[in-house]
Design a protein around this ligand. Structure first.
Ligand code: ZN
Length: 230
């Protein structure tokens, strides 16, 4: 079931306050039109009754795809720190596990912090790709090109739609402004052999990205922090 609630929202342009219906969760197997709205950047979008400005409200959203048995939580990290979000998340996962019947396969659960991460992940899942393998490739790209794509300043996003059978296309985005700065190509063949490694022996990948937030950039940044502390 998808769920929406009424929220009181102030317009970022003129400050006009109004009551709007926003989605807390979307069930995309039942309502694929909500997935389309999300992908087209129309979900939880408000038009101001005062000045007619259109803006998106970034609030926690649960993306549920029952057909693929996956739950993705989008937790915008504007209000609280990522550490607090992760703590809170662990607790709710524990509750979910206890609440599920023993014979039911628990859903794959993922956490993202931005809408672009959510959209990228949906594309990856629907293309039947492994998100840990994709992040492993990003990890390699960052590590080998620290000057060109420093993880503190740049974010890599897999562009599933423009990738071909021969090449994966990665967009290099400014981490702060979200602007497209560059394009990187990576051989699909290398992805395939890494995917085979993952399927034969996932342990190394799971150790690198234990989840629920699977991010090469986050991993590299925490590695850099640890180095600084030593
Ligand atoms: Zn307004």
């Amino acid at each position: 079931m998808s769920a929406a609630k009424t929220y009181s929202i102030s317009c970022p342009e003129c400050g006009h306050s109004q009551q709007v219906e926003l989605y807390d969760s979307i069930n995309v197997a039942q309502q694929p039109e909500l997935k389309t709205a999300l992908m087209e950047n129309r979900l939880n979008r408000v038009q101001c009754a005062g000045c007619e400005a259109s803006f998106r409200v970034d609030k926690p959203l649960l993306y549920h795809d029952a057909d693929r048995n996956i739950l993705i939580h989008w937790m915008p990290d504007s209000a609280v720190s990522r550490e607090e979000i992760l703590d809170e998340f662990d607790k709710s996962m524990e509750e979910l596990r206890t609440a599920l019947p023993a014979d039911m396969e628990p859903p794959r659960v993922r956490l993202v912090f931005t809408r672009v991460e959510l959209v990228e992940l949906v594309f990856i899942i629907e293309a039947g790709m492994e998100e840990r393998v994709v992040e492993h490739i990003k990890y390699t790209i960052h590590s080998q090109n620290m000057n060109r794509v420093p993880p503190a300043e740049k974010q890599l996003l897999l562009n599933v739609q423009d990738s071909t059978t021969d090449e994966l296309i990665f967009a290099v985005m400014g981490a702060e402004n979200g602007e497209l700065e560059d394009i990187l190509r990576y051989p699909r063949e290398a992805y395939r052999s890494m995917q085979k490694m993952y399927r034969d022996n996932p342990d190394e990948f799971i150790e690198l990205f234990p989840g629920p937030y699977i991010s090469a950039r986050e991993r590299l940044r925490s590695e850099a922090e640890e180095e600084n502390e030593q």
